[in-house]
Design a protein. Structure first.
Length: 374
């Protein structure tokens, strides 16, 4: 089939990136205008080869029959689609409705949910390219849809987390206004209000921290950090703080430990978050262990507690923002639900690995593997 010389302009105007690439292939084959320009170069690529260079599924349709499909399309829908009715090739009711109308016109793309795997989302564009022929272009929007859903969920969760303490503070203010000169009631309510305000402050600080870490995730850290020295500093801070469980924290450090490539402030945050979690959820009076050892080209940091442990079904979701195994217990201990999410993003920025293992009734170990300075 010799391409119609009118195709390139229609392709470029109607169907975006994929069509533009197709158009370039067609331009290479169209006859030169009578006036002058040099003839097409010998060995110009065939239309099928040009389409195969497009990473997304593209179909050329004559009437209702698929006459050409690129490699991406046959990978998704199978090689048998060439020669099929396009409404059978793309088995989706919304696609069939759009493709049944040969009058394409200037229409917005449509979203196809449920074509392929359950969570996959495609955007379908259809462009007329002359004489009853159409270009059908499918773009995979699964990742962008997931990112948008994550953003929406994040905003909703953050709003909920802030709304609860704000409602408590407002309620106690109203009660204090009616309490008169009752010093005991005033003191108790002010204490609760202070705790709720502190909870909001921690949440806002964690949100800001998470936002900052995400903004830096593509900028690799380059400093050499003494992780053993950093662990000793964190341990000393916890012991000096007194009370709580600072005395339960113990160190087990490899004396010949190499430095790691990293951001010292962020690695300090990882240590504080993981040790804080272990102190919260480990049983009172049991050790919280900070272990550091070298493993070839890597350094492994492991924080272990002896607590209730975490059922296996929860472990894959622990690093999700605001995910809690026990919401009531986490909130009562002052948790924001962002600690492990922050750790995960810091580890990803360092191109490291995060491992969480737990046994119900025994305890939990969170390990971070980082690249050593060579």
């Amino acid at each position: 089939m010799r391409p119609d010389p009118r195709w390139p302009a229609a392709l470029l105007a109607a169907a975006g990136t994929a069509a533009g690439i197709v158009a370039l292939g067609l331009l290479a084959r169209r006859p030169a205008p009578a006036a002058a320009s040099p003839a097409p170069r010998p060995g110009s690529p065939a239309l099928a080869d040009v389409l195969d260079a497009v990473a997304e599924p593209v179909l050329l349709v004559d009437g209702f029959v698929v006459t050409l499909a690129n490699r991406a399309a046959t990978t998704v829908m199978g090689a048998q689609i060439v020669g099929q009715d396009v409404r059978d090739a793309i088995p989706h009711p919304d696609a069939a409705e759009r493709l049944s109308d040969l009058d394409v016109g200037d229409r917005a793309p449509i979203e196809l949910k449920g074509l392929g795997p359950l969570n996959q989302r495609w955007e379908m564009r259809v462009a007329a390219i002359g004489e009853g022929r159409r270009l059908v272009h499918l773009m995979d929007h699964t990742e962008s849809h997931a990112a948008e859903r994550m953003r929406t969920d994040f905003v909703a969760n953050a709003s909920h987390e802030l709304r609860t303490p704000l409602a408590a503070v407002r309620g106690f203010i109203e009660t204090l206004e009616e309490a008169g000169d009752d010093v005991e009631v005033r003191t108790r309510f002010l204490s609760i209000m202070g705790a709720e305000a502190l909870r909001m402050q921690r949440l806002v600080e964690d949100l800001i921290s998470l936002s900052r870490i995400e903004a830096e995730k593509f900028r690799l850290p380059s400093d050499a950090v003494d992780l053993a020295g950093l662990a000793k500093e964190v341990h000393a801070e916890l012991v000096a703080a007194g009370g709580g469980r600072g005395g339960d924290v113990i160190l087990a450090l490899d004396p010949a430990l190499p430095r790691v490539i990293g951001d010292r402030a962020q690695l300090s945050q990882v240590l504080h978050n993981l040790v804080s979690n272990a102190m919260k959820y480990g049983r009172e009076g049991t050790p919280v262990k900070i272990a550091l050892d070298g493993r070839g080209a890597d350094v492994r940091l492991a924080i272990s507690d002896q607590g209730e442990g975490i059922p296996a079904k929860h472990i894959p979701r622990l690093t999700q923002r605001f995910y809690r195994v026990n919401k009531g217990r986490s909130r009562s201990m002052g948790g924001t639900g962002l600690g492990l999410a922050i750790v995960k993003h810091i580890v990803e920025r360092h191109r490291g690995r995060l491992q969480i293992t737990s046994e119900v009734g025994i305890g939990t170990t969170v390990a971070v593997i980082l690249q050593a300075v060579s």
